[in-house]
Write a new protein. Sequence first.
Length: 205
Amino acid sequence: MNFSSKLLENAVDEMSQLPGIGKRTALRLVLFLLNQPNSQTVKLSKSLVDLVEGVILCKNCHNISDLELCEICTNNKRDKSVVCVVEDIRDVMAIESTGQFNGVYHVLGGKISPIEGIGPNQLNIKSLIEKIRSKNVSELIFALSATMEGDTTNFYIFRQIKDVDIKITTIARGVSVGNELEYTDEVTLGRSILKRIPFENSLKT
């Protein structure tokens, strides 16, 4: 791809680093931005800079937040004794969109995957175990993707807390095996939350 401007080429190169964006799509997006009022492009650039410099992780659940504690953790209407374990922020957003869950979350930041070199120490599992052993949690819901990595992560956490007197459930397998949670439709995901089953039962299937 030949460029008449080095600035254009650099912008396209950077844009094409985004997931699912090839060089041609990146060029189309950059040219679109060039045709917009300068104020709009500057506003977009500022929002990205503000995001990188200002966003933090909630110290309680590791969800993306603007403040030390996220809006979900500070919401007094949420049931803090019911904790839903998810992989990342996209899963929090997916479950929240169903309107069927009134507890809180714990974001692991990934799943155990030996092939990718991701072990328990690279995830937010230690803080989850500490939270559970604090006796403030009555139910733990596993809501990781129905994949080998998700099941491995669920089982690892289960082994760490099996001596704790706590209800451990997993979302119903209305979510197809092998599917990522974020791509599941809201109705199916909502029903899976409502019809969650004891985690030990899922080990027998």
